[in-house]
Design a protein around this ligand. Structure first.
Ligand code: R5P
Length: 292
């Protein structure tokens, strides 16, 4: 088995290959003078994992992914698993205003034409119950357990876990189970891509260390609001944690300005805060599938 990366997250692909005892193939990816993508894959096998996180420059990375898969099929590959640790476009899963494209479904249809099955990590599944409503052969795993295990080793005093919206309950529960503490969630209303309104309940955070966990930190607006809310309620130290640290624009400074002590993220998106690896749950999913 080979693991073939696009250019978005080669380290993740390398870690995955090592954990699976598979061969990591160093793809050569460059641009032609006119901006087209040029890719060379120096080694091919019958079974391949194509690894690409659709972060930061999703359209570019999606194109690389498709070109790599197509090239592998042309070179005799018999089975391709697409591993997309961060799946972009998942938040545009509905026609929120008339005429909008439901990008998630369009992107999913293209991806699954190029590979046999798809694995994602903490895919933003807020309005869908399961990944099965998006991909025919899809598996969504979570990094929240690994984040919880990491946080358990930190010196947290009387900790509690808060999710900034109702959808984050699933992760708040998992993390609190690992740490062995309470959890709660707030209610959120999105006013625009950059603006949200949080309705914090009177969560029991006074004098405690608080972990706020969300699937994605993108502009940092949600996280910063949640930090301010728990601080107002008397929280002591606040740790901002997430699976996908997109950290667009000034997200980092927004979060620290709001009063976070640190940011903890998984490695689905490369960032200076990627202390936790999401490779193990993916390995588990692949191993489970291979063993039937
Ligand atoms: C939305 O429902 C997600 O779970 C995150 O809360 C959201 O994507 C975070 O975005 P931002 O950092 O831009 O507020």
């Amino acid at each position: 088995m080979i693991v073939v990366p696009g250019s978005s997250n080669r380290l993740f692909a390398y870690r995955l290959a090592r954990s699976l005892n598979a061969t990591y193939v160093e793809t050569e990816i460059s641009k032609f003078p006119d901006g087209e993508t040029h890719i060379r894959i120096p080694k091919v096998d019958e079974e391949a994992i194509v690894l690409q996180s659709l972060c930061h420059n999703p359209d570019k990375y999606l194109m690389e992914f498709l070109i790599i898969c197509d090239a592998l099929w042309g070179k005799g590959c018999k089975h391709i698993t697409g591993v997309l640790p961060y799946l972009a476009y998942a938040r545009q899963d509905s026609e929120f205003t008339p005429g909008e494209a439901v990008s998630l479904l369009g992107v999913a249809r293209v991806i699954e034409k190029f590979c046999d099955d798809v694995i994602t990590v903490d895919m933003h599944l807020h309005r869908y119950k399961s990944i099965d409503e998006v991909f025919t052969q899809g598996k969504n795993v979570s990094a929240a357990g690994a984040v919880g295990k990491y946080l358990k080793k930190r010196d947290l005093k009387d900790p509690t876990v808060i999710g900034p919206d109702e959808e984050s309950e699933q992760w708040a529960r998992q993390i609190s189970a690992e740490i062995g503490c309470e959890w709660d969630v707030f209610t959120k209303e999105r006013l625009s891509p950059e603006e949200i309104r949080l309705m914090p309940k009177a969560a029991d955070v006074g004098g405690r260390d608080v972990v706020i966990f969300d699937d994605i930190i993108s502009t940092g607006g949600t996280m910063a609001e949640a930090i301010r809310a728990v601080k107002k309620l008397g929280a002591k130290r606040v740790i901002a944690a997430c699976t996908h640290a997109i950290l667009a624009g000034t997200a980092q400074t927004k979060i620290f300005d709001a009063g976070a002590e640190s940011i903890i993220a998984s490695d689905t998106v490369p960032s200076p805060f990627s202390y936790v690896s999401a490779v193990p749950p993916i390995v588990e999913a692949i191993t489970f599938k291979r063993n039937g």
